[in-house]
Design a protein around this ligand. Structure first.
Ligand code: C2E
Ligand code: MG
Ligand code: MG
Ligand code: MG
Length: 286
């Protein structure tokens, strides 16, 4: 498009690219020292049991509030942190913060923490988990590690041994964004997942007619059931989507229909008033 579009358009396009590269360089620089600032926060989004409507877990979602640039999405800065070797310290900060915060919640509620494949691949990852659990006092059974299919790209015995070590510690494992990676089913044979998270791209638009998403969702739920794994439908926004994913058998629901990620203070305030219940509120459809 840049080539055929004439000079003006070409210049515009390349200017945009320059802006993008400049922002990226600034984010890189600022990420290196972000742990020395108070710009990072952890927010928590409820994952609700589809049958009881009770909160089963909160997923920890990292937030970066930049003093000039405003909110920077983890979808933007986590990949940068991976590129510049900052993911290990950042990931350890996130794990420790989430586990510490979870110790203040009602003790039947767990915390689900996103783990970058690069962090998972570090040899000392299981010992980092063990240390964080013992330093915070969180019971291992209350910690869920969310990993994506990309951890299998290495495809080695080392990955399998690491799963076994983590299971020995007693933490739970969830396969995040299921269906969006390279989606080989072979690793489900041996990897000890407790939960499969059905990616939100299968939920979005699932109520529109003539759409394959409901059939795919049923297939994933049946597969998970047969393997004795729970299923979380991610990104449920509307009442129609909620009805559909519950009908299709998803055991847990996460999405704006219940709540976006909220602060620790908000959780503690709610917990003081009684059991943690989030009402399904959302438009019937968009
Ligand atoms: P994820 O693990 O798949 O997290 C779910 C994302 O979907 C979150 O985006 C959440 O806010 C968003 N979401 C939840 N419900 C809805 C909904 O109903 N509609 C829509 N449109 N979106 C919904 P967020 O917080 O921007 O995080 C994006 C990704 O960044 C996460 O995807 C995860 O891959 C990564 N991430 C976030 N926090 C961490 C962290 O502490 N460590 C690592 N390694 N990655 C993180
Ligand atoms: Mg996740
Ligand atoms: Mg996800
Ligand atoms: Mg995701």
């Amino acid at each position: 498009a840049a080539k055929g579009g004439g000079r003006a358009q070409y210049r515009f396009y390349s200017g945009e690219m320059k802006e993008g590269a400049k922002r990226r360089r600034q984010i890189e620089e600022e990420l290196r020292s972000v742990l020395d600032t108070d710009q990072l926060a952890m927010h928590y989004q409820p994952i609700v049991d589809a049958q009881t409507q009770m909160v089963a877990n909160f997923e920890s979602l990292i937030r970066w509030h930049h003093p000039e640039r405003g909110k920077i999405s983890p979808a933007e800065f986590i990949p940068v942190a991976e590129d510049i070797d900052m993911i290990k310290p950042l990931g350890e900060w996130a794990l420790a913060r989430a586990c510490r915060d979870a110790t203040q919640w009602p003790d039947d509620i767990g915390v689900a923490v996103n783990i970058s494949a690069l962090q998972f691949e570090c040899d000392d990852f299981p010992s980092v988990v063990r240390t964080v659990l013992s330093e915070t006092g969180l019971s291992p059974s209350r910690l869920v590690l969310e990993i994506t299919e990309s951890v299998f790209l290495g495809g080695s015995n080392r990955t399998q041994r690491k799963f076994e070590e983590l299971k020995k510690i007693g933490v739970k494992l969830a396969l995040d964004d299921f269906g969006t990676g390279y989606s080989s089913l072979s690793y489900l044979r041996t990897a000890p997942f407790d939960k499969i998270k059905i990616d939100q791209s299968f939920v979005r638009g699932c109520t529109e007619p003539g759409n394959n998403n409901p059939a795919i969702m049923s297939a994933i739920v049946n597969l998970a059931d047969a393997l004795k794994m729970a299923t979380v439908a991610e990104g449920v926004e509307t009442k129609d989507e909620l009805k559909l994913v519950v009908d299709r058998g998803a055991t847990h629901i996460q999405g704006y229909i219940y709540s976006p990620a909220i602060t620790q203070d908000n959780i503690l305030e709610r917990a003081e008033k009684g059991p943690l219940i989030f009402e399904a509120r959302g438009p019937a459809r968009y």
